[in-house]
Design a protein around this ligand. Structure first.
Ligand code: V47
Ligand code: SF4
Length: 362
């Protein structure tokens, strides 16, 4: 019995079986295929080759220190201008209060991202990391997307490597993967015209890797991008990983249209969510992990993703503002016991990890 309905997938399956790298045309064939189970079976082979039956999760807390942003990305429902009624910016004491909510609980990561604030000084960010490090020396600080790092360089007049070195010295542990969106210039100019371009995004991650900081990578799908744009995006990430090697995880992010300027675009389907996970696992042969972020695709799709290439479901999260501003109907937080049950039901072995994939409690 052959599992491939789509005959084109058979030659790709031979490459996957032999551990050969897939090319751009292969990627487009994967995109064009409606053979979801064939795609899933191939991705699952790679997933089990790299990560066995392990399915990772983390006990973490997200902190979004400000929603004020100088940019106006068309897909973003989170950002505000300073004069807006619901604009907020946390003083450092307020950031510490947010973090203190986790006191008494066993957290291993703070995940911190925010808007590009027009007036907060560079020192605010260095101090934020420094104070959190002092108060929570055992909690990993994953903070500031490449877009924020490039902005800090701009407002401080320092170079990106200098900013990264100062933040690392203050206690920064790694960078999250946001801000990548879609690398293709044509799309980027439309969806986020003010944002740093693909080369700059990749250069910040390269500089972070060279400074000894691991980073993640994302791709925002389900808006105005084409299959060609998505495969181009994945190949550019793969090339950067060949050069500097510090990416840990890739996270496909499903676009949520509500309250954005693309409100008329329909939300990505379940098939699309699973295909993005599977194609990422197959194309990103040099990425150790593929994450299904349950906040974006829901607990049920995240659970299914564990059989379609994903080996990570992110974490407890506690409070998420970016996707919820854009209409996410998922909860804000998930109990560790529930994450464990979702993973076990999928036939995988739950492994609690820290940000850099050390096993917690091992
Ligand atoms: O960069 C913004 C995306 C990202 C919307 O590194 C939207 O482990 C969907 O990057 N619909 C921030 N997505 C979140 C992010 C992230 C999340 C979880 C884990 C990690 C990690 C990184 O959210 C932004 C942007 O690409 N985003 N608006 C929206 N309407
Ligand atoms: Fe600002 Fe980020 Fe939203 Fe763009 S996606 S408007 S950079 S907060």
């Amino acid at each position: 019995m052959t599992i491939f309905k789509d005959k084109q997938l058979r030659s790709i399956a031979e490459k996957v079986e032999a551990g050969e790298r897939l090319g751009y045309e292969d990627g487009l064939a994967l995109e064009a295929s409606a053979d979801l189970l064939g795609l899933g079976a191939m991705a699952n082979t790679v997933r089990e080759r790299i990560n066995g039956d392990n399915a990772y999760y983390i006990v973490n807390r997200h902190i979004n220190h400000t929603n004020v942003c100088v940019n106006t990305c068309r897909f973003c429902a989170f950002s505000r201008k300073e004069e807006d009624q619901d604009a907020y910016t946390m003083e450092l004491d307020n950031v510490m209060e947010q973090a203190a909510k986790s006191k008494g609980e066993r957290f291993s990561e703070f995940h911190i991202v925010g808007g590009l604030h027009p007036t907060m000084p560079y020192d605010y960010y260095v101090e934020m990391i420094g104070r959190l490090r002092l108060e929570y020396p055992h909690i990993h600080l994953q903070a500031f997307t490449a877009v924020e790092i490039a902005y800090f360089a701009q407002i401080s007049g320092k170079s990106v490597p200098q900013v990264l070195a100062e933040l690392k010295e203050a206690g920064l542990g790694s960078l999250p993967g946001g801000g990548a969106e879609i690398f293709a210039e044509r799309v980027r100019k439309k969806i986020c015209p003010e944002k740093i371009d693909a080369e700059e995004w990749l250069a910040v991650h390269g500089a972070a890797h060279e400074a000894g900081l691991n980073t993640n990578a994302t791709m925002l799908y389900g808006h105005i991008e084409t299959p060609e744009d998505r495969i181009d995006h994945l190949i550019r990430l793969r090339e950067q990983q060949d050069r500097t090697g510090g990416f840990l995880t890739f996270i496909p992010l499903a676009f949520h249209p509500q309250n954005t300027r693309y409100e008329k675009i329909a939300k990505a389907s379940g098939i699309m969510d699973l295909k993005m996970i599977a194609i990422a696992r197959l194309m990103l042969d040099n990425f150790p992990h593929i994450k299904a972020f349950w906040i974006m695709i829901g607990e049920k799709m995240a659970q299914l993703s564990l059989s379609f290439g994903a080996d990570d479901v992110d974490g407890t999260v506690v409070e998420e503002k970016i996707t919820h501003a854009a209409g996410a109907v998922t909860a804000q937080e998930i109990a560790q016991e529930r994450l464990v049950r979702l993973i076990e039901e999928a036939g995988r072995v739950p492994v609690e990890r820290d940000t850099v994939y050390n096993v917690v409690g091992a």
